[in-house]
Write a protein that binds this ligand. Structure first.
Ligand code: SAM
Length: 273
């Protein structure tokens, strides 16, 4: 990729920030470059600058660009051993609180939200919990709120649920019709879906558990530290933070504020002080 294209990318990211307050300037640059190159060719622009010109003047272009800039891969009970560790190791601690707050940061189209809602339901904690499900992509948030997934994904979700130690049948929670599975409304009556950016927004409540999986992997190191700083600030003492399998607190400026709770599953606990 030429130096000019690097400059064009920098200018486009600046334009997105100045015009729409979406800040991708400190995302891992290699992946942003790949995604913008894809966007340019698939949307039929001759250059990144041409794409910048369009998005500056035409807000309807923004969601399409966001679709390229944010990665929406997800699945229910993704990495079942993570959910098993939550169930077997974290839930016994959570049970000691009369009311709970859980933040799913970067919830994409909701697969992780419904997984946690089902796990909490199975463990008898659902009714005392408020879940905050946040993301920067409005289309993903709308899909999360709808809770409807293609039926051909359900076999994998069911397998993951069982591997995670599921105590019920996943089919208890959805209705299948026309090739789609619609998850039960009762799984989201305690979920607040909201637009929130780990890059530009502040903390909004005190949490007992934060699950932020496969989001910070797209950030550069200083930005990862900003997000981890938010989690540190938001977690109650002895609160839990779960990350994705390729993520870690090891190199973070905030590492000392956490202890490893279930190290293999990237589950951390905030220290008392
Ligand atoms: C790969 S998905 C992860 C979904 C889910 N957590 C999982 O592990 O299956 C990454 C999500 O992070 C969201 N995201 C990206 N930047 C974000 C930011 N600054 N603040 C909050 N969410 C962000 C994306 O829109 C996307 O939905």
């Amino acid at each position: 990729m030429s130096d000019i294209e690097d400059l064009e990318i920098q200018l486009l990211l600046e334009a997105l920030y100045q015009r729409y307050h979406y800040d991708f300037r400190h995302y891992a640059r290699a992946s942003i470059k790949r995604r913008l190159t894809q966007a340019r060719s698939q949307l039929g622009f001759s250059s990144v600058s041409a794409m910048q010109d369009r998005v500056l003047h035409d807000p309807s272009m923004l969601p399409r660009l966001l679709g390229f800039l944010t990665v929406q891969v997800s699945e229910m009970f993704r990495d079942p051993s993570y959910f098993r560790a939550l169930r077997e190791k974290v839930v016994p601690h959570l049970r000691t609180y009369p009311s709970l707050k859980v933040w799913i940061a970067g919830c994409s189209s909701g697969e992780e939200v419904y997984s946690l809602a089902i796990l909490f339901r199975e463990e008898g904690l659902y009714d005392r919990t408020i879940f905050y499900a946040t993301d920067i992509n409005p289309e993903a948030l709308a899909a999360a709120e709808a809770g409807v997934y293609d039926l051909d994904r359900i076999r994998k979700f069911t397998e993951n649920h069982q591997k995670s130690g599921g105590k019920s049948s996943l089919s208890d929670y959805y209705t299948a019709a026309y090739g789609r599975a619609a998850f039960d409304k009762s799984l989201r009556n305690r979920v607040v879906f909201s637009d929130h950016s780990l890059v530009t927004d502040a903390v909004f409540a005190e949490m007992h558990l934060i699950s932020c999986r496969n989001v910070m992997i797209y950030f550069d190191r200083p930005l990862q530290d900003r997000a981890i700083g938010l989690f540190r600030e938001s977690l109650t003492r002895k609160g839990f933070l779960g990350l994705g399998s390729k993520e870690s607190l090891r190199f973070s400026a905030h590492a000392a504020a956490f202890s490893e709770f279930a190290a293999a599953e990237k589950i951390y606990q905030r220290r008392e002080s």
